[in-house]
Every structure is written in C-alpha cells, then in structure tokens.
Design a protein around this ligand. Structure first.
Ligand code: RM4
Ligand code: MN
Length: 389
C-alpha cells in the first residue's frame, strides 16, 4: 500500500462528523410534513437513533442539539444517556426564529425588549453548554427585512454586534461562538448575516473564540464555496461546516448527493492544509432533513458521502500537483485533481471499516439489524418529534 493510501486511512479513521438531532424527527416543507413511523418522541430517543449511525459508520460520535426543540429538565442526564450510547453531545444550536415576538427579527429587532429576550435565550444556551460539556454555540439568525425602508440596515448591524458581544463575554475559556450566515430566507430583502464577509467582520471584532460556520446550502447558486473555505482557513476563522446538498435554495438534502464534485473540492482545500481531523478545530457537522427518505439510513449515507469525498481528497498526489502548478501546467494540474476524484474509494473505506471491526457496508448492516422495525413497534403513542417540536 502506498504511503498516501496509508495516510488517508489514518486520517479517515480519526475523522468525526457530527449529526443534527433534528434530522431524526419529522420534517417537511411549508406545504407538508410527511410523518414517518418510529421517529423519536424526545431527545433521548433521538440520541438512540444517532448512536445507530455511529455504530455502523464509526465516524459519528457526537450529536448537535437544537434548543428549545431538545429542551430537557436535566441536561446532565441527557449527556449521561449519550455516554451510555457511546456518543456525546456536541454543538448547541440556538433558535430565535419561532416565537411570535420575532416577526421583525430577534437580536436585530428594533424593540430592545425583544432583543433582551433573544439574548437571554442565547445565554441560556451557554448554560446548557456548561451542563453538557459542549464546546460550540452555533448561532443562525432568521433576522432581516422584507421591504426597502422597513428598518435601518446599519442600525440592525449595531444591534447585532451588541448582542454578540454580550454572548461572547459569557463564553468559558474552552467555548466558542460559531456564527452562521445565510443569503436569504425567511427574510427576502435584507438578511442581517447574509454572507461570510459579514460573519467574518463580526467574528474578527469579537475575538479568537468567535468563528464562522459555513452551511453549504446558504449561498447563491454558483457561489464558489471552496474559495470561502480556503480564505477563512487562511485567516484562522473557519469554525465549522453545516454540510448538506442543494439544487435550488436551502434544500437540506443529503450532503454529496447533489454535487459530489463540489464536496470533493471543499475537502481538497481542507486536506491540503491538514485540516480534516478532529484536532483541526473545525466542527464537521451535518445540517439536513430527511423529508421523504428514512432518516437513520439517510444519515448513514450522508456520513459515507463525506468519507468518500474526504478519501478522494486525501488521495490527491500533492507533489505532482505542486510540480504541475509551479510549471504552469494547467492540464497536468487539473488531471492530478481529477485522477483523485475519479478514484473509486469504496474498497478502501470498506477495508478500513473491517479493520475497525465494523461491517464493510454500513447501509446493508443497518438494514439487516432490524432496528427500523423495532422502533416502529416500540414507539407507539406520544408525540413524534418534528419540525418545530
Ligand atoms: C437553519 C440553519 C441552522 C439550523 C436550522 C435548523 O437554516 O441552517 O444551522 O440549525 O436551520
Ligand atoms: Mn445550518
């Protein structure tokens, strides 16, 4: 086996991808939520399902929570439940987009009382991080305006900066604030954190514990996401990813399903800088909804897609690439990249899984386990977790 393949296996063995708790609940579009049988009824059951994904992939040892969707009385008990399942609680996601008070925004709202309410929620999220041992607080704001003149664009930035500073000051030494941007939706005219530049400017002002998070579905069509990755990495401001795929807008489809080549190009920028592993400080997370496909296998497939893109990126012949680039060999350099992309890495990953004591094919192993039938039979009654629940 070549050194490159051996190194790829080592990096892949250590790679971790965080799962979103909300991926296991019912979800849909604004037209319809199609309920599935056996979906979790509470955060404890969501963790049990997430643990299945980890059991078959060996690469998904943490789960992100969304507050208040995953509100419980005792977060230490939830963390202990995760530990029993051989996983842990990861990033805490705030939610300032579902209360009536937030119609005109949350942290950028013109009314200080609404801003105070939103800030209190963000501070509560840090309390939860203390209880769960979470490192990261992920902030995405639905704030913005629909019509020109509706509110002052500049004043809204001031309000945002003030709230972020208060939350930043509350963070512990080992905690971070990850600021997520999104071009549009639910606001249609201005969004208060629309792009990486806005997120970067706020994070820079806040300090080293503030980092930008890239949700791959949050850009205009055609945006070169790998460029943003390279730039933020270079500036030491890339805090993490919310991976998913999109064809049109923020579709939240399985990562690597719409554009596996884009995912490869992103992973290439990271692999080149040795930023794939858990020590990189980059939180690799999924932010997806499985509206029409079964959720646990949807997550397993997504983890495998990230692993495949990563494996290909790690197989790039970096010396040959550097040589071709230095020589101005345009076609040669491109060929080096495409050779890696066109490599079938599935046998390598199957081999790695077997070395780790896992089944070579996680999808088949999960399907054969009977877990899907078991949760359908067991989870009778109660309120299924769902979008907004
Ligand atoms: C938002 C954003 C956040 C996620 C929620 C569910 O669009 O991507 O990261 O927590 O959706
Ligand atoms: Mn996201």
């Amino acid at each position: 086996m070549s050194d490159r393949t051996e190194n790829a296996k080592q990096v892949l063995a250590a790679q971790t991808i965080e799962l979103p708790s909300w991926a296991f609940g019912n979800s849909g579009t604004r037209f319809k939520v199609f309920a599935q049988h056996g979906v979790p009824r509470d955060p404890f059951e969501k963790l049990a399902d997430a643990a299945q994904v980890n059991q078959y992939t060996g690469a998904a040892g943490s789960v992100a929570l969304h507050i208040p969707w995953d509100k419980v009385d005792d977060y230490q008990a939830l963390a202990a439940h995760a530990a029993d399942l051989d996983i842990r609680i990861g990033t805490i996601n705030s939610n300032t987009f579902q209360d009536d008070d937030y119609m005109l925004g949350s942290v950028c709202h013109p009314d200080p009382a609404v801003r105070r309410k939103a800030t209190a929620h963000l501070l509560e999220c840090v309390d939860i991080m203390d209880a769960t041992g979470s490192r990261d607080l992920k902030l995405w704001f639905a704030d913005g305006t629909n019509y020109p003149g509706q509110d002052s664009i500049a004043d809204r930035q001031d309000r945002l900066a003030e709230v972020l500073a208060e939350v930043y000051a509350r963070l512990g030494d080992d905690q971070r604030l990850l600021l997520e941007y999104k071009l549009f939706e639910p606001a249609f005219y201005t969004t208060d954190v629309p792009d990486w530049g806005t997120a970067y400017a706020h994070c820079l002002k806040l300090g080293p514990k503030a980092q930008v998070v890239i949700d791959t579905g949050h850009h205009a069509p055609g945006t070169n996401i790998e460029f943003i990755v390279a730039l933020l990495l270079r500036e030491g401001k890339l805090g993490g990813f919310d991976f998913n795929s999109r064809f049109y807008a923020d579709d939240d489809l399985m990562v690597g399903s719409a554009d596996p080549f884009q995912l490869f190009r992103i992973m290439h920028e990271l692999a080149q800088r040795g930023a794939v592993g858990p020590d990189s400080g980059i939180a690799y997370m999924l932010d997806q909804c499985h509206n029409i496909e079964p959720k646990i296998p949807g997550q397993i497939r997504s983890v495998m897609n990230v692993q495949e893109a990563t494996a290909k990126a790690l197989l790039v012949d970096t010396e040959a690439l550097a040589k071709a680039q230095a020589a101005g060999d345009v076609l040669g350099a491109n060929a080096v990249l495409m050779d890696a992309y066109n490599t079938d890495v599935r046998p390598l990953l199957a081999e790695l899984r077997q070395e780790q004591g896992l089944a070579a094919d996680p999808m088949a192993a999960y399907a054969a386990s009977g877990y899907a039938d078991k949760i359908k039979a067991d989870r009778q009654g109660g309120q299924a977790a769902g979008w907004g629940a």
